[in-house]
Structure formats: structure tokens, C-alpha cells
Design a protein around this ligand. Structure first.
Ligand code: CUO
Length: 672
């Protein structure tokens, strides 16, 4: 119930079970106290179940309560992160679920709803007694961060006029933020995809940078910050090539205007404000906003960048005590990831600063850096909305370039790392309804339940109908000859890369290597002799199925409360499966499919990985476990190597095939 209808008081909240909370008298906020009896009668009568709340000694909530109830909340703003860190600590510190419920019912009506939702989600993901609990999809709780506000007017109309059960789905506009005059609009289907934005929000939920060390300090989280965002840029560049756009230009000159404008056309239901736009040609300026406790200059951003580059050039990091640590091959990228983001794992935050987060802050306040117009931050200030804006990709391209500076410092992989003696991949191909070695894409129309995010409207289901990109499912078929003298375990690594840029020019090998999109990674046993490996696209280690992205309740397996159901609900982190590959073109967009088999003995991480959400590990890792591959993320393409072409790079345990992605401009309903 705490996730439903975020701004409705929890003593009147009723979900599927028609339940409401019965609060101790001192829990009612002042604005309702005069009418407590009336309210209790009014809503208590409707509920078939009331949940009594234990009257606990309330902890000091003054820090999280500094954020006004009706403001925006941003993980990129240091002060907001501190407030959230305190609230997470409070939620984590509750003795049991009853106390947690109690403090939540007190906070729900007082704490900023975005911050409350974030902190409670983090606590539920990490408390031993709540792991596996159902967290509704963020898009269901806060649909205002994902859809055109016109939807809400239609939804209010339909819920007031038509009984629940007879309501037709309300269409959500797509392609509504710009006209064809704006070239960036050609890739709006990617930037504004609900699943893509949900993935990004979930990733930052699973990998917070602030708060309890036990929550932040996850295996290789700094490296995963680098890799997951690097992959987003690869994917976005491939989409651009398919749409006749050049690769993203990195945003690296902070004195120059940002050419791209973005007008989000989103309304914040909590803040009752439209998200501010950024006009084309905006320049970031020094930010001084006492209200957000931020005072920072553009020159500081430049200084942080220079210090970061200096660390890479000397392969060493200055510690607060004046000593230096070396950036070694094994952990260097992980350290740099945490330094760059930054997180509390940064070895010296006061010196290297908070470069990436502050970039989001500067850009998101470009329209009102000193708060003179009392405006809130733009979409770049929120991990649930940042990917909508073209400048997100320009910023992260630059971030990625800085990480690549480090990768260029590393020695290329030699035969010892790349070869798998006795194993020869004789072919890789794709079979599916679109034809051999062809990926077929099209539009798909689906519905998602958004009723639980509609505050103060009549109860019941409200389905929203929306359209996104989809592909025909396919199989990879990999033929392998094993002459190593017996059975052997292998890791299969599958990547895709565009053959050409938007003008049809081939990519150089170094560009190609940095453009490799991971599609799947799995372990298999090779018998002696010939092997045929068939892998289904739906089983990708990168993606989660549509049902998990949108937590479509009608397809939940098992009984409520069963382990399968908990697993189904829990794991929203994962690239949305409907965006597995780029869109392609009507004429067929040429790509190279690459496969490598590596020796599992060199890759393995010995651990038990039964349990929740272990199927989208490539970009999200596995909860409470180590990243399940010992190699560097992106291996074997994470390091440069001086060869001229992909064919020069290939070893016997690798192979490629030439494929095409063919897009049909039709919209089909989603098949369950
Ligand atoms: Cu995910 Cu910049 O980190 O957005």
C-alpha cells in the first residue's frame, strides 16, 4: 500500500485487498487532525481489512524532512542523497517489519513521495526480512515520469465516468516531444521508451552511491557503472546509424552552448509543475541554489575532470593522507568508476569530486542556475527521466571517453587471454521467422496497468496503451568443434556491431571494438567432437522479459507470496527485452554478429547463484553475489589491440557472421 497512490494519505489507501491503515492519534498530520474521526469513518468503512499500526518511539526525521513534500527529488544532488541516505538508514534500522510498517505510515504523509519511494525500495531490496517482497514497477507508482500528461486527464475522465472493469485502455501518445524538424526526434522511440528509462532507474536503485557501506559496496559496482553506461552509448549510436544520424558528439567543452534543446512535456504530479525545458544553445553556468544547498562553479567541473585525467595518466590516485595508490589492471576501472560517479567508495572524494553527478546537476539547472525563477531541475536531474534527453548521451559519451583513456593504458590481450586451445567455432548463424541471419523488427502495441499511480481518483483498473519497438524472437546457432580431448566448459560471448556509420562508411577496428553491443553471455558444456549450441534470444543475459519490465500482474506465476512470484516481482533491473537489438532499416541494416568461446576455467566465479534475478547479470550483476564473470566487463573488446580489421582479430575460438536487421513499419498487438 505504501507504493500505491503516492500522495494519498495512507490511512485511506486501499489496494486490491481493500485494506487501510489504522494510525495512532499522534501519527495523523496536523492538516487532517481536526477531522480524524470523519476520515476514519469515511475510509475505514470501505476497507475490508484495517492494519493497526504500532506506536513506536519515532526516530529523528529532521534531515529527510528538510526536502519539501511537493518538491522534486534528485539522486544527483548531494544534499538530496544525504537526506535519502539518512532515511534509508532509518528504514534499515527498524527492528522488524511491524516497526518498518509503522515508521513508513508516519513518513508516508510527511516525507517527499519520490524520496520516500526511493528509500523504501532500497530498504526492501536490502533488508533480510523483506527481500523478495513485491515492489510495484516505478512506472506504475509514478506514471507522471514516463508518459504524456494528457494521459492523466483522460484517465481522470474515464475513471469518473466508466465503472472499473468496463474501462477501455487509454492511449499514451508516442512521438509527441518534437516534430520532424528536429533530427534527434528520429531516435525518440529509444530515448523515451518506458522500459529503457525503467531499467536506468532500477540500475541506480540497485547500485546507490550513498548510504550504508554494506549497501553501496557491491562487487565491481564502479566497473559496472562504467560498463552499463558504455553499453547504453553503443546501443544509442547503433540506433542513430540506423536513422541516418551521426554518432553522438561528446559534451566536453563546458563553455560552449549545448546545441540540442529538449522539451520534455512531462508534468510532475507531486510538484504540480511541468518539467522545465532546455532551449537549444543553452550554456551551463555556475550553480548557486541555497534551496538545494548547492554552490558550485563550472571551473570546478573542469578541475575535477583534469584531476581524473591526471590519475589516469599517472595510473595512480592521490589519497587524502597524501599517499598514492596504483590503478592496477585488476581493480583500476572499478576504482575509477566509483571516483567518477562519484560514490562513497571513491578513494578521495574531496579531491576528485563528484564529476559525473555534477554534470547531471549543471545541465539540469542550465535554465535557472540561481533559482531566481523558482524552477526545478530538468529531466537530466532524475535517473528515471534522464535518458529522455539527447544531452544524456552526449554527457555519457564523454564520461565513457574518459574511461577509455584508462583502457588505452592497458596492454592488449595476448594469445594466453584470448585463445581456447582445442576449441574451434566453425560458424554462428541466426534462425528465426525473419529468415536466416536476419533480425526482424516492427512496432508492438501493449497495455500496462497504471491505476495504482492515480492519486485521488476513483479506484480500480486503468489500462494505458502504448507502442514500442519489438523483434521476432530468434535462435543463435553456433557450431563448435572440440578437439581438446574431452568434455570442457565454455563461456559463450555474443556481441553485435554495426558494420557502417550513418553514411555507409565502414568503422575502423578501434571504433568497431568500442561499439560492440553485448547480446548474450552463457555457460555451456562442450562434448568431444562436434557440438551444435542453440540459444534462444529470449534467454539473453542482458535483458529481462516484458513482464518483468512492466511487472504485468496478469502474467505473474504461482500463488501470491510464493517464491516464484517473489522472484518475478523483485527484479526490475535489466535491459528491456523489446530493445535487445537496434531498430534496423526497411532495406536491411548490416551488422556483424560475433561469438567467442572462452575457457570457463579462466572465467568462473565459484558461487551458488540459485535465487532471485540472476538472469540479467550482464548489466545488472546478481543480488548479494559476485559479478558472475571473472573477466573484465566487455571482454574481449574492452582493451585496444593493434589490428586493422575484425578478421585479423579473430582466433579459432571466435567467429562472425554477416546479418541484417530489417524493420517493417507495422504495429502488431503484443502476443502473450
Ligand atoms: Cu546513470 Cu549519468 O548515471 O545517469
Amino acid at each position: 500500500l505504501f507504493f500505491d497512490r503516492p500522495t494519498e494519505p495512507c490511512f485511506m489507501l486501499k489496494g486490491e485487498e481493500q485494506a487501510a491503515f489504522e494510525l495512532p492519534d499522534n501519527y495523523y498530520p496536523d492538516k487532517y487532525k481536526f477531522a480524524t474521526n470523519v476520515i476514519a469513518n469515511r475510509f475505514g468503512n470501505d476497507a475490508t481489512r484495517t492494519i493497526p499500526v504500532r506506536n513506536i518511539a519515532l526516530p529523528n526525521l529532521s534531515i529527510p524532512m528538510q526536502l519539501p513534500y511537493n518538491d522534486q527529488f534528485s539522486l544527483f544532488i548531494p544534499k538530496h542523497r544525504q537526506m535519502a541516505g539518512r532515511l534509508i538508514d532509518i528504514f534499515m534500522g527498524m527492528r522488524d517489519v511491524v516497526d518498518l510498517t509503522s515508521i513508513c505510515s508516519y513518513c508516508h504523509v510527511r516525507i517527499n513521495p519520490y524520496m520516500f519511494n526511493y528509500c523504501l525500495s532500497v530498504a526492501i531490496l536490502h533488508r533480510p526480512d523483506t527481500k523478495g517482497l513485491n515492489i510495484p514497477t516505478f512506472a506504475q507508482t509514478f506514471p507522471d515520469k514516463f508518459v504524456d500528461p494528457k494521459f492523466f486527464r483522460r484517465a481522470r475522465e474515464i475513471t469518473n465516468v466508466v465503472q472499473s472493469g468496463s474501462r477501455m485502455p487509454v492511449p499514451i501518445n508516442v512521438n509527441y516531444t518534437a516534430s520532424d524538424l528536429e533530427p534527434e526526434q528520429r531516435v525518440a522511440y529509444f530515448r523515451e521508451d518506458i522500459g529503457v528509462n525503467l531499467h536506468h532507474w532500477h540500475w541506480h536503485l540497485v547500485y546507490p552511491g550513498e548510504g550504508d557501506m554494506a549497501i553501496v559496496n557491491k562487487d565491481r559496482r564502479g566497473e559496472l557503472f562504467y560498463y552499463m553506461h558504455q553499453q547504453i552509448i553503443c546501443r544509442f549510436n547503433a540506433e542513430r546509424y540506423c536513422n541516418g544520424l551521426s554518432r553522438v558528439r561528446r559534451y566536453n567543452n563546458f563553455q560552449q552552448p549545448i546545441e540540442e534543446g529538449y522539451f520534455p512535456k512531462l508534468d510532475s504530479q507531486v510538484a504540480s509543475r511541468a518539467w522545465p525545458p532546455r532551449f537549444a544553445g543553452s550554456i551551463i553556468r555556475d550553480v548557486e541554489r541555497p534551496v538545494d544547498l548547492i554552490r558550485t562553479e563550472v571551473s570546478q567541473l573542469e578541475e575535477m575532470r583534469n584531476r581524473f585525467i591526471q590519475a589516469i595518466e599517472t595510473l595512480s590516485v592521490l589519497l587524502p593522507n597524501g599517499r598514492r595508490i596504483t590503478l592496477d589492471e585488476e581493480t583500476g576501472i572499478d576504482t575509477l568508476g566509483n571516483m567518477m560517479e562519484s560514490t562513497i567508495l571513491s578513494p578521495n572524494r574531496s579531491y576528485y569530486g563528484d564529476f559525473h553527478n555534477l554534470g547531471h546537476v549543471f545541465i539540469s539547472f542550465a535554465h535557472d542556475p540561481d533559482h531566481r525563477h523558482l524552477e526545478l531541475f530538468g529531466v537530466m536531474g532524475d535517473s528515471a527521466t534522464a535518458m529522455r534527453d539527447p544531452v544524456f548521451y552526449r554527457w555519457h559519451s564523454y564520461i565513457d571517453d574518459l574511461f577509455q583513456l584508462y583502457k588505452y593504458k592497458l596492454a592488449p590481450y595476448g594469445h594466453d587471454k584470448l585463445d581456447f586451445p582445442g576449441v574451434r567455432v566453425t560458424s554462428i548463424s541466426v534462425e528465426g521467422p525473419a529468415g536466416n541471419n536476419t533480425f526482424g523488427t516492427r512496432w508492438e502495441e501493449s497495455t500496462v496497468e497504471l491505476g495504482r499511480g492515480l492519486d485521488f481518483t476513483p479506484r480500480g483498473s486503468v489500462l494505458a496503451k502504448f507502442t514500442d519497438l519489438q523483434h521476432e524472437e530468434f535462435n543463435y546457432v553456433i557450431e563448435v568443434m572440440n578437439t581438446s580431448g574431452g568434455g570442457v566448459m565454455a563461456t559463450v560471448r555474443i556481441f553485435m556491431v554495426p558494420n557502417q556509420n550513418e553514411t555507409g562508411q565502414p568503422l575502423s577496428f578501434d571504433e568497431l571494438r568500442k561499439s560492440m553491443i553485448e547480446l548474450d553471455k552463457f555457460t555451456t558444456t562442450l562434448n568431444a567432437g562436434n557440438n551444435t549450441i542453440r540459444q534462444r534470444s529470449i534467454d539473453s543475459s542482458v535483458t529481462i522479459p516484458y513482464e518483468r519490465t512492466f511487472a504485468d500482474q496478469s502474467t505473474r506465476p504461482g500463488d501470491p507470496g510464493s517464491p516464484e512470484t517473489a522472484q518475478f516481482d523483485f527484479c526490475g533491473c535489466g535491459w528491456p527485452h523489446h530493445m535487445l537489438r537496434p531498430k534496423g532499416t526497411a532495406g536491411g541494416f548490416p551488422v556483424t554478429l560475433f561469438v567467442m568461446l572462452s575457457n570457463w576455467e579462466d572465467d568462473k566465479v565459484v558461487q551458488d547463484i540459485v535465487g532471485n534475478c540472476n538472469d540479467a547479470a550482464s548489466y545488472c550483476g546478481i543480488p548479494d553475489r559476485k559479478y558472475p564473470d571473472r573477466r573484465a566487463m566487455g571482454f574481449p573488446f574492452d582493451r585496444p589491440i593493434s589490428v586493422n580489421s575484425l578478421s585479423d582479430f579473430l582466433r579459432p575460438n571466435m567467429n562472425v557472421s554477416q546479418c541484417t536487421i530489417r524493420f517493417r513499419d507495422v504495429t502488431l498487438p503484443r502476443q502473450r
